[in-house]
Design a protein around this ligand. Structure first.
Ligand code: HEM
Length: 88
């Protein structure tokens, strides 16, 4: 697992964090969790990636509904991916 300053890759590190059921349930509302183009879209300050992050944090987190919620380590990895420049 990369440390916070290693290059974090969407395909290698982030995409596998989403379960098939997450991808399936979010697709109809236009949230394409498994698609790099959607997740890395720079428009509105990377709004798509930011909204996903905000849905995963909080107490309790909003997503996935009822859990299991992401661990601190998973959230840190996602944050590092954003800070690292949304690399593929
Ligand atoms: C890692 C998993 C998931 C992520 C990252 C995620 C992400 C999101 C995001 C970003 C939104 C929009 C919230 C906003 O407008 O700010 C949302 C809404 C929603 N999600 Fe998910 N989702 C996940 C899993 C699921 C699952 C498994 C279900 C169903 C069982 C689900 C059902 C919904 C529903 C019904 C809404 C619309 C209602 C609302 O906005 O509160 N999600 N989700």
């Amino acid at each position: 697992m990369p440390t916070s300053d290693a290059a974090v890759s969407f395909a290698r590190d982030i995409k596998p964090l989403f379960r098939p059921i997450d991808v399936l349930h979010m697709k109809p509302s236009g949230h394409f969790l498994d698609q790099y183009a959607y997740m890395s879209d720079p428009k509105n300050n990377h709004e798509n990636a930011q909204r996903v992050y905000e849905s995963l944090i909080g107490n309790p987190p909003k997503m996935p509904p009822g859990g299991p919620y992401w661990t601190a380590q998973q959230l840190e990895l996602y944050a590092s991916w954003m800070q690292g420049g949304y690399l593929p």
